[in-house]
Design a protein around this ligand. Structure first.
Ligand code: ASP
Length: 354
């Protein structure tokens, strides 16, 4: 009898301890060093040159970044998931005409808006991405649907749009993405191309120099990284790509490991800049790898990749990242990068090196 009671007690203790361990894993309590939550956003490394930024425009950009932070922070403060915070914050940025994503996206050579986006869940390392869609109002929503409701990671073009329609995501007339400012930039680039070549659209490869046109005319993207109360990380990125892109070019934003990466064991990263370089050097994954394999701190890893490796290779841009302890890094090697961060008791938005 005593023997039976003893083994029941041992089994009960075993079950309780397993349950506690599961709960610990699923619901890690903030450590002394870890804030309850942490959030960072970017609105692209293609910030207007300081000389071209009027005080009114600057106020507008800062207010939009602040509103975006509010959305993510409210979700995280109330115990919502990092994934929800990333998705909702990016939806807001996509709907703003100020940034090169969703409404306000840059134009392709043929005068269209082709949108790319991706999202990654650091807890499961599931990811979803879409490239070259033209009628999906919020590409980040579609990326999440690909992650959660399809067996695939990356869909593109017509198939991605068909999938969006089947999942009842909001579709819009392509005119929704039109903004006069972005249209004018395309016209200017086309005129310059014509002057150089005498024939529109036939620039030699050697004439495509990354510094021409200026970053503020070409780049832009939005992104968000978050750490939630349960210790989970997520990252997302959404963009119209680069002005005057051709041939259904797809940039780094939807390429997992290049523009976006998240893993609970180290960090979540979202990039912005000249996408070809970010793809070649697997930038987002590189930050993670330096932390995971080399034991670098987030700030060191992010700074090395953006300010040393990319600079040496000629890749202009930046990134935002948050690590599992809630540290945030936002390095960039361009003149500016629209960005912001929020943690309990600390918050800020910035555009240039300030
Ligand atoms: N990385 C994006 C692309 O190359 C553009 C950007 O972030 O500014 O498509």
């Amino acid at each position: 009898m005593k023997k039976i009671a003893f083994s029941v007690a041992i089994t009960a203790l075993f079950i309780i301890s397993c349950k506690n361990k599961m709960q610990d894993v699923e619901n890690q309590q903030p450590t002394a060093n870890r804030p309850e939550y942490a959030l960072a956003i970017h609105g692209g490394a293609g910030a207007l040159r300081r000389a071209a930024m009027s005080p009114e425009k600057e106020v507008e950009y800062r207010a939009a970044l602040d509103s975006a932070l509010n959305i993510g922070e409210n979700i995280l403060r109330n115990g919502g998931s990092a994934l929800d915070a990333v998705e909702q914050t990016i939806v807001f940025l996509e709907n703003s005409p100020l940034f090169n994503a969703g409404r306000g996206a840059v134009f392709t050579h043929d005068g269209k808006n082709e949108l790319d986006a991706s999202i990654m869940d650091g807890a499961t390392q599931n990811a979803g991405a879409i490239g070259g869609v033209t009628t999906v109002k919020n590409p980040i929503r579609l990326a999440r649907a690909v992650m959660e409701q399809s067996p695939h990671v990356f869909l593109s073009g017509r198939g991605a749009e068909q999938f969006a329609a089947e999942r009842s995501l909001e579709l819009v007339d392509p005119a929704w993405f039109y903004t006069e400012e972005r249209w004018e930039v395309l016209q200017k680039l086309l005129r310059e191309e014509k002057e150089k070549t005498g024939k529109q659209g036939h620039l030699k490869l050697s004439q495509h120099r990354p510094s021409e046109p200026t970053a503020d005319e070409k780049f832009g993207t939005v992104g968000c990284v978050a750490l939630d109360k349960n210790g989970h990380l997520a990252a997302g990125t959404s963009t119209g790509g680069m002005t005057n892109k051709r041939w259904n070019r797809i940039g780094d934003a939807p390429v997992i490991g290049a523009g976006t990466y998240a893993s609970d064991d180290a960090c979540a990263v979202s990039c912005t800049g000249h996408g070809e370089f970010f793809i070649r050097y697997a930038v987002a994954h590189d930050v993670w790898a330096l932390m995971a394999y080399k034991g670098l701190a987030l700030a060191e890893a992010a700074d090395f990749v953006v300010n040393k490796k990319l600079v040496e290779k000629g890749g202009e841009g930046g990134l935002i990242a948050v690590d599992k302890d809630g540290n945030i890094a936002m390095p960039f090697n361009s003149e500016g990068m629209y960005r912001g961060f929020a943690k309990p008791g600390a918050r800020g938005v910035a555009i240039y090196k300030e």
